[in-house]
Design a protein around this ligand. Sequence first.
Ligand code: ADP
Length: 644
Amino acid sequence: MKTSENKLSAFPPDLAAAQAQIAALEQALAETQAREERYRLLSDAALEGILIHERGIILDANAALGTMFGYAVHDLIGQDALMLAAPDTRPIVAQKIATDFSGAYTGTGLRRDGSTFPAEIIGRPILYRGRAARLAVIRDLTEVQAAQEALRRTQERYRMLAEHVRDVIWTMDASGRFTYVSPSVEYLRGYTAEEVMQQSLDQVLTPASLAQVQDYLQALQTDSIDPDLLDPDRRYVLEQPCKDGSTVWTETKVNLIRDADGRPIGVLGVSRDITERRRFEAALAQERTLLRTLIDNLPDSVLVKDLQGRFLLNNAESLRRMGVSSQEETLGKVTADFFPEKAAEWDALEQQVIRTGRKLVHEEGIIRSDGDEHWIRSTQFPLYDQQGTMIGLVFINQDLTEQKAAERQQYELEMERERTAVLERFIGDASHSFKTPLTAMRVSLGVLKRTDDPAKVAEHLNILSLQVDYLERTLDDLLNLTRLDRDLTLELERLDARDLIDAAVRSGRTMALEKGHTLEWQRPETGFQVFGDFNRLKRTLDVILLNAVNYTPYGGTITFGVKSEGRQVCITVADTGIGIPDADLPYIFNRFYRVDSARDVSTGGMGVGLTIARKIVEAHRGWIKVESVPGQGTTFKIYLPAAQ
Ligand code: ADP
């Protein structure tokens, strides 16, 4: 209005012209009003804050600006526009106004409540109601910046993900051409994603791996959809060539992409490098093969059972010994299925290992499925898992049959050597034993040839007769010994030990009297029954009595006795003779053993008497004991089982 008034004040004298001018002015005014009205409507509808100022003094503002800064619009009119800028932004704003800058810049807005916000300001000079003014459009960037920040973070996350995830993500169309390959493919195969995009499938997969996915690719291209083949979560283990000529193994998961009609149009895949895993698995498999080869080639039977006694593993030798040809035949079975007669005994041993957790070794003879007897040493110990829980038992069964046979052979060899040595000793002893009496006989014969003296003849005939007796006895002993070695069948009868002693005393009396010995024997009232071979037992007593006579100096006493000791009948023969040194006691029953081997055989025999005696007693399931004090005497005790 003011403008039109101003215009009217310069009123021209020409009325018509003036009227025309007025009309034009009114027209201009109406246009201006209409424009301002439009502008207001527009600016009030705008979301940005709009402000018109003249050298910093606010002339007009829209509703959005009031809301943005927390003022009522009319309160802003006439105020300094700089009050809407935060102190640090004011110099910038002032400078833009001063230079009549036209364009956008950012700063910090200051609200009425003192809070601030990031703002974008677009400033430019305008003509406002005919005056040179400036228009400022202000945008609150808070949300924009937050969104930008969120976007930046998301992008950062994806970048991080892409950098750190080595899996290769790719898409492919139905014809088998790549439509996308993630950059991580370069880690996997050495080719960049761009290079891979150009590759055909036979450059991406080794021939064997390509063959593996052929069905899938075919199903992809044909209309008939095999639901099994195009399974949504399908995995392949594939070998892929690398740029450097090597290959990598991937586990590739494929998902079908379908169009709106459900037709397959492509594949989304994720490929993961499993080369390491495969190498590890291969090493593991190799180790297993090695172990298996090792245990299968062991001469020992090796087997593993679970805690319920079921077979889990048998090596080749174990299967052979069990008489089966494959592991399948033993799986889930127990000892009783193969060795029913041994099951109880062996199960008890296994239980012992499970209970104690300790290794157990035991040896025994078993009859195998082949019918042969085998001597086995079984070592069993617990098997633990990585957590230390007992999960089974391991058995290592060594066949000792051959070893035992070798040992027996060795033993027999040694026995043979011993026998040879004994024989040599015997020949030495025997030749000595025979030579002495033979010499004596030769001397006597010589004398007899030359003399007629009846006294001498009688003396030498006597010597000859004694030596013949001796030779006969010695030969008897030897024959007896060999006979006993070969066959010791007893003619058992119920007999009284007292009668045995009676007989021995009767036949030994003369011999004892010749040496001036006294024989003492007080026959008890009650009997002492034994089952025995009378003649053989009498022979035993004869040997012992003969020794007592021989190894007791002239005028000694030899005492017989009999008593019960528990379930045994004990016959004793005690002399008052030279005794036996402690060191010799353990050996006197040995063949040809004599305490003083240089001693003349005329006092005693060849060292076989006690051997014979003990053989006979032991055949009766009895035993002989000897007690002796050198210089004082010796007592032999013969124990025989009492007859019930
Ligand atoms: P021998 O034919 O030499 O008597 P024996 O086998 O009967 O052989 O006895 C072995 C050895 O035991 C004898 O050579 C002797 O040294 C010793 N011996 C046996 N009985 C007696 C005993 N009553 N007193 C002392 N020594 C004895």
